[in-house]
Design a protein around this ligand. Structure first.
Ligand SMILES: Nc1ncnc2c1ncn2[C@@H]1O[C@H](COP(=O)(O)OP(=O)(O)O)[C@@H](O)[C@H]1O
Ligand SMILES: [Mg+2]
Length: 238
């Protein structure tokens, strides 16, 4: 089977030589020590690596939650170095969606309301039909009125994924999204990402400890001591 995908767009995220150092006493921890990568629409990239290899640090930089000590980062063609907090918020909200290990759902809101929450911060109108369409994409249409406590862990994470999509994000950044899930639910989350990448031309960057899950991505980037140890291409060819 020919599984070569044609990628015709410029990268949605372009990182060049990202560094992030932390001081601990007299010691300098090179959490990230010169990482360069490109992420395109329509591809799923997994970041593998042992605990402490810099996965979360990298995801926080790609998310524009944290600024690098050195290096360049372009998100949707815009350099995010030295831009104002306001502009950064604009870049994050218009382009990026986030999924975390802990689902961070509000317990007193229904599934639909949790999904719609980002729209409140963006001061955008809630469109329940759109919410339902996104819930359909994550196979939770029949849970819209339920509270988080009535869901399984796998379902809760799918609500969090729907919430990451509600503001028309082009990239989903997911840090250990399967860390609190059993194997079957972890696989379901990765399968869902795969489907969203294909159906919505989304870009997904996902970290995991689980090598078998990581292999389901188009590209697998392995970090070690804050550097890219290896990069393996499974299906996306530039
Ligand atoms: N805020 C911080 N202050 C000091 N050291 C940190 C901080 N964040 C991360 N580190 C260190 O940076 C390294 C990489 O951490 P992290 O990015 O969390 O790795 P991973 O997500 O792969 O487990 C680790 O040695 C960690 O202890
Ligand atoms: Mg981590």
């Amino acid at each position: 089977m020919n599984n070569i995908k044609k990628i015709d767009s410029s990268p949605i995220i372009e990182a060049q030589g990202l560094k992030k150092y932390y001081k601990r006493g007299i010691e300098t921890i090179k959490a990230l020590d010169g990482v360069s990568l490109k992420i395109h629409a329509g591809e799923m990239v997994s970041i593998l690596g042992p605990s402490g290899s810099g996965k979360t640090t990298l995801m926080n930089l790609l998310s524009c939650l944290d600024a690098p000590d050195a290096g360049e980062l372009l998100v949707a063609g815009r350099s995010v170095a030295g831009v104002s907090e306001e502009e950064l918020v604009e870049v994050r909200q218009g382009v990026l969606g986030f999924v975390f290990q802990k689902f961070h759902l509000l317990p007193t809101l229904t599934v639909a309301e949790n999904v719609e929450l980002p729209l409140m911060f963006l001061r955008r109108k809630v469109d329940r039909e759109k919410t339902m369409a996104i819930l359909r994409q994550v196979d939770l249409e029949n849970r819209a009125g339920h509270l988080p406590r009535e869901l399984s862990g796998g379902q809760m994470q799918r609500v969090a994924i729907a919430r990451a999509l509600i503001s028309d994000s082009q990239v989903v950044i997911a840090d250990e999204p399967t860390g609190n899930l059993d194997r079957a639910n972890g696989e379901a989350v990765f399968a869902l990402f795969r489907r969203l990448v294909k159906e919505k031309n989304l870009a997904v960057v996902v970290t995991t400890h689980n090598v078998a899950l990581g292999e389901l991505a188009d590209r697998v980037i392995t970090l070690e001591d804050g550097r890219i140890l290896q990069q393996k291409i499974n299906s996306a060819i530039l």
